[in-house]
Design a protein around this ligand. Structure first.
Ligand code: LLP
Length: 441
């Protein structure tokens, strides 16, 4: 995780920069992103997968899932580190283009891409469009014909796996919107339809993604086996050995000490074993593998830094009590606790305290009681106004899912590295909020 430690004065430093200085210079709340940490994890995925899959299929490609967190600077880091980029909207594609990411290292997702998005992706020469519906197969083919190109596509397959994660972020059971059902025969039909349009579509392979924040590798295994089963069926029945296979992302990270994620190495080795076994058994060539981690690269790199405004003790049933520690952000910068019942931890970051720890709940400044950032944490009993609270693990799906709820300007993203801090996404202002309101002439 991000390089953090306390100095002799008890002040937390991230990437060599003290949080007190960060708060003074940039204000709070702020996302503080440790650049070396982000890059190191991106590089680790890239190198590990290249090595582990080298003998099997000449390496594997890592597409960073930009939905976890994307801005122009981060897209540049991804390109620098040699990863590819998975985008799922025209907006994410625009960021990639502005960052100078070539089309050849971009994959385009989305279950309802607009014609304009498909056109923009093909115009930019993306390396793959992951198709998600029969309508879309037609649509991509028609736009490719218009542009006079052949669109490289992957067919997204619903493998029917119940991933052990929050129901909102599981994506491979039957009763949800993504992919072509394997069991229902839609996936093979989609493959047939793509293969029937060689003038406009080129089928690169299949794609499967079962969900996010997953620790139970059994889900990945079953999914890989099923999608490889279809891959080999296509070789047998249709005589087509597809050159690629994408196994998706979803690798869980540790938000609290209860989580115990697998290393990229362990994940890669596990995947490689399955891929090799299944392909051997069926006598087909091993396709080039790709994966799409988002959270596992971005998540641990970032802290959110807040300032405490008020502290209110509340009596609980049974005589215990809880400190409600209100900070200057909340569900607008991290909705994951409210939305997924996610667990976070936190620490008082601006000083050391010898005070007895008290059960605390870190809450935001928004107008609803579900506006909780950290459900339960023991904080020093003397935590008070002006203290800084740091919440680790907020690099994925926090800024990305942020809102302006209650007309709250979004916090900046500050990159720290070697004792230096710089803004990579600036703080929104009240003027930014007002800029979209149209007044009567
Ligand atoms: N590939 C596809 C097709 C995806 O849909 C996703 C995530 C990923 C890759 C990357 O998954 P990751 O490695 O980051 O787990 N907002 C939720 C997570 C939504 C994930 C959406 N798709 C959250 O905050 O937990």
């Amino acid at each position: 995780a991000a390089s953090v430690g306390r100095g002799a004065d008890g002040v937390l430093a991230i990437g060599g920069v003290s949080v007190v200085e960060l708060a003074r210079e940039f204000g709070t709340p702020a996302y503080v992103l440790d650049e070396d940490d982000f890059r190191a994890r991106a590089r680790e995925f890239k190198q590990t997968y290249a090595e582990v899959f080298d003998d099997l299929c000449g390496g594997a490609d890592v597409y960073y899932a930009g939905k976890a967190f994307l801005c122009t600077e981060v897209a540049r880091w991804i390109r620098d580190e040699g990863l590819f980029l998975d985008v799922c909207t025209g907006g994410e594609l625009a960021v990639a283009i502005r960052a100078g990411v070539p089309g050849s290292s971009i994959g385009m997702h989305g279950n309802n891409k607009s014609a304009a998005e498909i056109r923009a992706a093909l115009d930019h020469g993306v390396s793959r469009i992951i198709v998600d519906s029969f309508e879309e197969i037609e649509r991509v083919a028609a736009i490719a014909a218009e542009l006079g190109v052949i669109a490289p596509v992957l067919v997204r397959v619903t493998v029917g796996v119940e991933a052990h994660t929050h129901e909102f972020i599981a994506t491979a059971h039957e009763d949800q919107k993504f992919g072509f059902s394997l069991a229902g025969g839609h996936a093979i039909e989609a493959v047939r339809q793509v293969l029937a349009r060689p003038d406009t579509l080129r089928l690169l392979g299949l794609h499967s993604h079962i969900g996010s924040q997953i620790f139970d590798t059994a889900g990945f295994e079953v999914s890989a086996r099923r999608v490889l089963g279809l891959h080999t069926q296509i070789a047998r029945e249709l005589g087509v050995e597809l050159p690629e296979l994408d196994l998706g992302g979803g690798f869980g990270i540790a938000y609290t000490t209860e989580h115990d994620p697998q290393s990229p190495k362990a994940l890669a080795v596990g995947m490689a074993e399955i891929v090799e076994r299944e392909c051997r058994a069926d006598g087909v060539a091993v396709p080039r593998i790709s994966i799409e981690p988002g959270r596992a690269i971005a998540g641990p790199s970032t802290f959110t830094l807040y300032e405490v405004g008020t502290v209110k003790p509340v009596e609980l049933d049974g005589g215990a009590s809880r400190l409600y520690v209100s900070v200057d952000g909340g569900m607008s910068d991290n909705i994951r606790t409210a939305l997924y019942d996610a667990d976070y931890s936190c620490t008082v970051a601006n000083r050391r305290s010898e005070a007895t720890p008290s059960l605390a709940r870190v809450v935001g400044r928004h107008c609803e009681s579900g506006d909780i950032v950290v459900k339960d944490e023991f904080l020093p009993g003397d935590v008070g106004p002006g203290d800084l609270v740091a919440v680790p693990g907020t690099g994925a799906y926090c800024r990305a899912l942020s809102s302006q709820y209650n007309h709250t300007p979004r916090p900046p993203v500050i990159a720290v590295r070697d004792g230096q801090a710089r803004v990579i996404v600036r703080r929104e202002t009240i003027d930014d909020l007002l800029a979209l309101d149209v007044w009567p002439a």
